[in-house]
Design a binder for this molecule. Structure first.
Ligand code: PLP
Length: 445
């Protein structure tokens, strides 16, 4: 394996070795720079090398880095939970800390199931999700994910959880258009609940803006309001997976704040630490925790590194930075500027199907023909071509799937650090233009 003992995503591929990062740029050992237009995996929301975070990291390390959550709490964990309650405006108040987005959604699922058990309704243990969703790679999280490619190898192990269609207006699953569709994609939840029986269902989970399985698909107006009403009418908890969208990415602290639909549980990850350390959380409302508090008093989940002071101190510094520097508002404003530049750029290319998103979570979907929206054949490897061409041009993009039921389709996510300047946006678009021109030449050949 190229003289390396590290198991990499593609085992025998050569990956550049990164020496350091500053702001929106990463630098490899050969001295090449990369404009990080994907924030890694939509994670490095504050960019690289922010001094305030580095200082907080060192200060905590000089006190204590690890205590076990079953023996102690820590100042860092307590303050972080308090900060999250403050940032979610006191609506979702109780934090359970884990280490990855997958653990956060899986914990959310377990808390939802336990909530109903403690209320004497143990048959409510299934979760409804959507096609074109990604909630994580562990078996529970994958069972709730409508990402066909990531599920395929493990299908026999996955729970038989129901999934409804995504609000994918560009290729409407009902061959309709908004608003005459009457939000059929949301009504489908009601149909599914009636078919299965609400006594079997603990929760419905959705990303407020679909990430890895749809390249920044935001729902039409009224969608989540209708979803939440259906959940409430049927005693079903609403889990918002804000692992990719949380803490400013879409131009608001919570992507849910774009809608009037209050989640019962939120899963956070990625931007919660901006990539400075692994940490994630399942955050729940009073209503959700109450029966557990009045019952067994303990949530049956947890990990060795849950709520470790080192990660909590780093996350606290990141969230303070987000708050104090009005990062969400900045993302909103810069997102508008970057979108307008990209929109203008894309008019010149015939293999662009759709450009969409919210704040600084943007997606481009590629098509063989604009009039019929025909996909490129999978064998053409268009997403990989774009990603690789971009990397050669010093631009990092995030690959995404886009297609009904999470199958096929070529798309990329553009999601730079929320701290990106207007001048850096212009450089991003310059590198993107070069990438698309080169890719188009190859596609046409
Ligand atoms: N949920 C969403 C919306 C995600 O985008 C991801 C990762 O991309 C996950 C969950 C899983 O997070 P992790 O990769 O940290 O386990």
């Amino acid at each position: 394996m190229n003289g390396s003992y590290l198991i990499k995503p593609v085992l025998d591929a050569d990956y550049p070795v990164i020496s350091h990062g500053k702001g929106v740029f990463l630098f490899d050992k050969e001295g090449r720079d990369y404009l990080d237009a994907s924030s890694g995996a939509v994670t490095a929301n504050l960019g690289h090398g922010v001094q305030e975070i580095i200082t907080a990291m060192a200060e905590q390390a000089s006190k204590v880095s690890f205590v076990y959550r079953s023996q102690f709490t820590s100042e860092a964990a307590e303050k972080l939970a308090e900060k999250i309650a403050e940032m979610t405006k006191g609506r979702l108040e109780y934090s359970f800390f884990v280490n990855s987005g997958s653990e956060a959604t899986e914990t959310a699922m377990k808390i939802a199931i336990q909530h109903w058990q403690e209320k004497g309704r143990p048959t409510k243990h299934r979760i409804i999700s959507r096609w074109m969703s990604y909630h994580g790679i562990t078996i529970g999280a994958l069972s709730m994910s409508g990402h066909v490619a990531r599920r395929a190898r493990f299908t026999p192990l996955l729970e038989d959880y129901p999934a409804i269609d995504a609000p994918y207006c560009y290729r409407c699953p009902f061959n309709s258009t908004y608003p005459s569709c009457g939000l059929a994609c949301a009504t489908q939840l009601e149909t599914a609940i009636k078919r299965i029986g609400s006594e079997q269902i603990a929760a419905f989970i959705a990303e407020p803006v679909i990430g890895a399985a749809g390249a920044a698909i935001a729902p039409p107006e009224g969608y989540f309001e209708k979803i939440k009403a259906i959940c409430d009418e049927n005693d079903i908890l609403f889990i918002a997976d804000e692992v990719m969208t949380g803490f400013g990415r879409t131009g608001k602290i919570l992507a849910c704040d774009h809608y009037r639909a209050e989640p019962d549980i939120i899963a956070f990850g990625k931007g919660m630490s901006g990539g400075y350390t692994p940490i994630a959380a399942a955050v729940v409302s009073e209503k959700v925790i109450e029966p557990i508090l009045n019952g067994s008093k303990s949530i049956m989940s947890g990990h060795t590194f849950s709520a470790n002071p080192q990660s909590c101190a780093v996350s606290l510094a990141v969230l303070n930075y987000v708050d104090e520097n009005r990062i969400a508002e900045k993302a909103e404003e810069t997102g508008r500027y970057l979108s307008s530049l990209i929109k203008r750029l894309l008019t010149g290319f015939r293999f662009i199907g759709d450009f969409r998103g919210k704040g600084l979570l943007l997606g481009i979907e590629f098509v063989r023909r604009q009039d019929t929206k025909e996909h490129f054949p999978a064998a053409a490897g268009i997403t990989s071509l774009i990603i690789e061409t971009a990397a050669k041009n010093g631009l990092l993009l995030y690959p995404s799937a886009a297609g009904k039921e999470g199958i096929g389709g070529d798309a990329v996510i553009i999601a730079p650090p929320l701290t990106i300047t207007k001048r850096e946006c212009e450089e991003l678009v310059r590198r993107l233009r070069k990438t698309l021109e080169e890719a188009e030449t190859i596609i046409r050949a």
